[in-house]
Design a protein around this ligand. Sequence first.
Ligand code: ADP
Ligand code: ASP
Ligand code: MG
Length: 588
Amino acid sequence: MALVVQKFGGTSVADPAKIMAAAKKAVARHQAGDQVVMVVSAMGKQTDALVELARGITSSPSAREMDMLLSTGEQVTVALMAMAAHALGVEAVSLAGAQIGIRTDSSHTRARIRSISTETIRGHLDRGAIVVAAGFQGIDQNGNITTLGRGGSDTTAVALAAVLDADLCEIYTDVDGIYTTDPRILPAACRLPSIAYDEMLELASLGAGVMHARSIEFAKKFGVKVLVRSSFQDGPGTLIAPDRLAAHRVVSGVALAKDESRLTIAGVPDEPGSSQAVISALTSAGITVDMIVQNVAQEGRADISCTVSTSDLPQALDVARRVAGEIGAAEISSQEGLAKVSAVGIGMASQQGVAGAMFAALAAEKINVHMITTSEIKISVLVHRDDAQRAVRAVHQAFVLEEAASVAGPAIDAAVIEDATVSPLEVVQRLEGMEDLAIEDCHLDETQALVTFIDLPDTPGVAAEVFGELGRAGLVVDMIVQSEPRDGKAELSFTVASEDRDLAATTARSIAESRGARVADMPHVAKLSITGVGIRSHSAIADRLFRPLAEAGINIDLVSTSEVRVNVVVAATEGERALAILRQAAGL
Ligand code: ADP
Ligand code: ASP
Ligand code: MG
């Protein structure tokens, strides 16, 4: 007998007929002898409708009352779903988050799960009932109803699968699996038979709305196999599984975040701790920042830019103004109307020239790239929103993703993955709350050099030209960061193996000369990588890791973040000391 969690999203429970159809799926599984926990969302667009209702009363509703309001959507569905199962002749019971014992912190409208009791659910399963759990909601230590953030029912489902040690978590939705990009944006997108946790985590957090990113954190940490499939048609779906079981495609997907804004704090004193203060203040306010770029300091002052979602911009500006006052920064600027396009793939880590190929595809479409950041498994570019769709198409085409499904991997066969056992990560044992920041490891790479182009003219295609030339010179580039251009000039930094440093510096100088730019280079730098799960979206990271470095007087020269890794580059002489500080701060 297996235990299966089946989650049904809004469109899958939008009307009574769809609720009946969902109940039939659960009942069929139950009658086959399995234990079934259903997790359901609010019907159709009900959550949006509730948000609108609140807006009719006030533009700034209290977050606690918002949760009280929004949680009602799921409560309607659970009751109807249990009735549907009854109508099919099967015992079923509906349970709200509080009744299950889904305990969260108190950050209303974006609460994180601390613990889940299993007794109530197990009791009902053992007596032969289907349990119908309300998605998206929990209860804090004072008995207040909380919600997990929009799209959070996925997270409820995978978290329940984790604590119940379920054999499988099925996500029933309105697409028949995970596609190489949103099929609504690009019909040429193709369904992937399987995708690695790390890829799905990145794609989801970079804008692929198909899964709540935090659900994949749970899946990876607790070793839950997730199968995404259509509510409306039968098919194999997409299995989300450990990296070792998935195909190692160079690029598996392209994500689009279409409402991004850039925030720049200019004239920040170039001292350890200044950039940390900015990022830390933003993240402490619950704002997720991405694409953090700091320029090389000129006359003791640097600019720091990052991207935030446009809905967070007003709050981000308030926070930035306050911090700028405290640290004596000169000015704050922002730009709306941008979009972030990211290519994600675990095979990227072992393949050269991927970033160059992406920049070339964008250049061929004459799309101007505002900012660039990379990590081992993803490349993100910031473009104008009007260019976003074309950019997605260009990148998708460049990596031939319409044929991605046919790329075989070590164990791409879904049946193989379905049979494989997946264990929880060791780090889980050290966590106090289920959703706490999970840092797995921290290591030091002292074999890199850092090269920076200063005053590079910001013409469309410049990144493609630069990385094209570096590639032709035989250079393998690791981290890449390009700043937002100022007065038509941008900064572009990259790291290479230090044994290639001379070649890199000479090539860079000749590239720079022909464009009226300059080159600064650090022949030896220390790159520290902190690996874990859900790193970027946890607000604790800046405080926990950057602050101790700042307090020890260590300056960060370059940083790149992803959901599974933060890289920071510091002076070579500080490498060992920084490693010790980070390991201690991370509790390793
Ligand atoms: P549910 O209500 O079932 O939770 P969502 O609307 O949250 O469904 O997610 C499903 C939608 O996600 C799809 O209709 C699709 O437009 C969108 N989507 C975005 N990126 C992808 C992707 N890479 N693969 C599949 N669907 C995607
Ligand atoms: N009903 C909630 C929302 O629309 C949660 C979910 O559907 O996952 O965001
Ligand atoms: Mg969803």
